[in-house]
Design a protein around this ligand. Structure first.
Ligand code: ADP
Ligand code: MG
Length: 234
């Protein structure tokens, strides 16, 4: 890994220039577009959290990223904000362009809600593909031509096989709560999914902890990733 492993928090640096106090480290300095900034503002976020400040610029640059930070540190917006920016450049549609994998149905539901709130001004279309929902509903969700799929791995693989889904349109893949994805026993499905994804893609992995199985997975599935580690849970 290209391990940055920084723990400093410079969120509240105030630069005094020409007698004007200017707050640095805000969302405004990140080169985000108006619809995305408006979503952030409506959600009530004033400043990025430390993990957001480290990861968003790297993801915007196109790097693969492994980000470790404790629960509640704001990891969802770390990947959603750059994802919105990347997906807003429209391409002729031939399938979903971003896949977010979550360990549980509850988390996947919550992440879709997050997409709809934070991304409400982007015009992007997102759906869930979840174990426990009817297959018919999920077939129609996929037929609705979503930009973003937020899924649990077992059902996503099932749908891929049933619908003979080709994943060649996927440009971005996020493994959210990756430690829990493995704890829940999804290792095999995750490898299956990765093997079906195009080589040319951006892959992001978010986790509260980094067990060996995850390091190995990241080495195999990510391309020259940057590791960001902030106030990690012991
Ligand atoms: P994690 O995935 O790291 O556990 P979440 O993405 O679920 O964290 O975020 C935790 C909470 O913090 C959520 O309620 C989220 O809306 C809020 N949050 C995220 N980023 C910010 C921010 N920049 N400012 C204020 N609140 C934020
Ligand atoms: Mg999370």
């Amino acid at each position: 890994f290209d391990d940055l492993n920084e723990t400093t928090d410079d969120t509240h640096i105030i630069k005094k220039k020409n007698g004007i106090r200017k707050k640095c480290g805000g969302f405004q300095g990140m080169g985000l577009s108006f619809p995305v900034l408006k979503g952030i503002q409506k959600r009530g976020y004033k400043l990025p959290t430390p993990i957001q400040r480290k990861t968003i610029p790297l993801i915007m640059e196109g790097r693969d990223v492994v980000a470790m930070a404790r629960t509640g540190s704001g990891k969802t917006a770390c990947f959603l904000i750059p994802l919105f920016e990347k997906l807003k450049a429209r391409v002729p549609k031939s399938g979903a362009r971003a896949l977010i994998l979550s360990p549980t149905r509850e988390l996947a539901l919550q992440t879709l809600k997050f997409v709809k709130e934070l991304g409400r001004f982007t015009g992007l279309h997102a759906v869930n593909v979840l174990g426990g929902d009817s297959m018919d509903n999920q077939f129609s969700a996929i037929h609705g031509n979503p930009d973003i799929i937020v899924a649990t791995p077992g059902r996503f693989m099932h749908i891929c096989v049933e619908m003979e889904l080709k994943l060649h349109s996927m440009e971005f893949v996020v493994f959210d709560e990756a430690d829990r994805l493995f704890e829940m026993g999804f290792g095999e499905q995750l490898h299956d999914i990765v093997s079906r994804l195009p080589e040319r893609r951006q892959t992001l992995l978010f986790s509260a902890t980094l067990p060996k199985v995850l390091v190995d997975f990241a080495k195999a599935g990510l391309s020259d990733p940057v590791l960001i580690r902030l106030d990690v849970e012991s």
